[in-house]
Write a protein that binds this ligand. Structure first.
Ligand code: SAM
Ligand code: SF4
Ligand code: SF4
Length: 333
C-alpha cells in the first residue's frame, strides 16, 4: 500500500476513535502509572504528552505503515465455572460438546503470528470463559513476560477458583506492568466465590489487582441473524459498547489455522459456534493476512457479525450483572 493510502485512515473517524484515540488513551494511563506518590508528577507529564506529542506520534506511525495494537483480548478457553445469562462473550451458548480451549503452543503461535506483523500491543487481556481454567497459565505468562512487544497485560477472573501457587509465583516475579482484574459478582446469590482467599494471596505476593465493580450489565439480547440493512448495522456498531474490544481466538484448520482477530467477544465466540467460514472478511487471519489488513480492520464501519446482535442504536436495557442460567442458549436463524 502506498503512503497516501495510509493517510486515508487518518481521515476515517471510526479509525481515529478505535485506533488513534485508543492508543493515545492507553499510553496516557501507561505513562501516568499506578496509584501512589509518583503519580503526582507522572500524571501531569502524561497529560502534557497527550496535548503535544502523542497524536502526532501515532499518526506518523500509521503513515509509515507501523501498527500498534492498543488493546486485545485473547480467549484462552470458552469453559467457565459460571454460566451468566447475559455474558457478553456468549459463554451461555456453548454446550459441553462445543467448548474450545486453546493449547499453550496454539496460543503462543497465534500471538507470534500477530506480533510478526505489528510493532506493539499496548494491553493484552487474558480472558475466557474463566482464564484460570487454562492449565498452562504459568508457561504462558513466561512467554508473555519474554516478549518486549507486549507492554502491559492483565487477567480477568470471576474469582470462583483460587489462583494456583505457580501462577502466583510467576506474577510475583513479573517485570511488566501486569495485574489481576477481579469481576465482583459478590451480589449474586447461589455462586461460590473465593474472593477473600484470592485477595489474601495477591496481597501476600504483592501482585497488583483491581476489583471490577459493576452491579449492572448491558442486557445481551438473544443472538440471531436480524437481516438488517447495512446502514442499520453501521448505526448499531457505532453505538455498541463493545466496538473497541478486539478479541483473538484460536483458529480452524482450513480457515485461519493460527487463529483470528475479531472485533469483540461476541464475534470470536460466534466464529467458534458457527464456524469461521460465515465470517470470512470480518476478521484478521493471523497467519495469512498482511499488516495492512490490520489497519483496514480498525477502519471498518461495521462487521457482518453485528447483524446477530441487538440494535445498539436503540435504547438498551440494563440487567443485574452475572445472573446465572442453567440453560444452554441456542442461536436463532
Ligand atoms: C466475559 S468476562 C470473562 C472473564 C471472567 N469470566 C469474568 O467474568 O470476569 C470479561 C468481563 O466482561 C464483563 N461482562 C460480561 N458480560 C457483560 C455484559 N453483558 N455487560 C457488561 N459487561 C459484561 C464481565 O463482568 C467481565 O469483567
Ligand atoms: S461473564 Fe460469566 S459466563 Fe461470561 S465468562 Fe465471565 S463468569 Fe463466565
Ligand atoms: S458483534 Fe458488533 S454489534 Fe455485536 S457486540 Fe460486537 S461490535 Fe457490538
Amino acid at each position: 500500500m502506498r503512503e497516501k493510502n495510509y493517510r486515508q485512515f487518518l481521515e476515517n473517524p471510526t479509525f481515529v476513535s478505535r485506533y488513534i484515540d485508543q492508543n493515545i488513551n492507553w499510553y496516557v494511563s501507561y505513562l501516568a502509572g499506578r496509584r501512589g506518590i509518583g503519580r503526582l508528577w507522572r500524571y501531569p507529564f502524561a497529560h502534557l504528552m497527550k496535548s503535544f506529542f502523542l497524536k502526532n506520534y501515532f499518526e506518523k506511525r500509521v503513515i509509515c505503515g507501523i501498527v500498534d495494537i492498543p488493546y486485545v483480548e485473547i480467549v484462552l478457553t470458552t469453559k467457565c465455572t459460571l454460566r451468566c445469562e447475559h455474558c457478553a462473550n456468549l459463554m451461555q451458548y456453548f454446550s459441553n460438546k462445543m467448548q474450545y480451549t486453546g493449547t499453550l503452543a496454539g496460543v503462543i503461535e497465534s500471538l507470534e503470528c500477530l506480533m510478526s506483523k505489528i510493532s506493539s500491543i499496548g494491553k493484552l487481556r487474558l480472558i475466557g470463559g474463566e482464564p484460570f481454567l487454562f492449565k498452562e497459565m504459568p508457561q504462558l505468562l513466561d512467554y508473555i513476560e519474554s516478549k518486549k512487544q507486549i507492554l502491559t497485560y492483565d487477567i480477568v477472573t470471576n474469582a470462583s477458583i483460587d489462583i494456583k501457587e505457580p501462577v502466583l509465583q510467576r506474577l510475583k516475579k513479573s517485570k511488566k506492568n501486569c495485574k489481576v482484574s477481579i469481576s465482583d459478582y459478590s451480589h449474586v446469590s447461589g455462586v461460590r466465590l473465593k474472593q477473600m482467599s484470592i485477595f489474601e494471596n495477591l496481597k501476600k505476593y504483592n501482585i497488583p489487582f483491581t476489583l471490577l465493580k459493576s452491579e449492572t450489565w448491558v442486557k445481551t439480547e438473544k443472538i440471531y441473524k436480524r437481516g438488517r440493512s447495512k446502514e442499520q448495522n453501521i448505526a448499531s456498531f457505532l453505538a455498541c459498547y463493545q466496538k473497541k474490544c478486539t478479541s483473538l481466538i484460536g483458529g480452524e484448520n482450513h480457515l485461519a489455522p493460527k487463529g483470528g482477530m475479531f472485533v469483540c467477544g461476541v464475534a470470536s465466540s460466534l466464529a467458534k459456534l458457527k464456524g469461521f467460514a460465515e465470517f470470512q472478511g470480518d476478521y484478521v487471519d493471523l497467519m495469512n493476512d498482511e499488516t495492512d489488513k490490520i489497519l483496514e480492520f480498525y477502519a471498518r464501519d461495521f462487521y457482518q457479525v453485528c447483524d446477530y446482535c441487538q440494535d445498539f442504536s436503540k435504547p438498551i436495557e440494563a440487567v443485574t450483572s452475572a445472573i446465572q442460567t442453567r440453560e444452554v442458549l441456542q442461536i436463532g436463524q
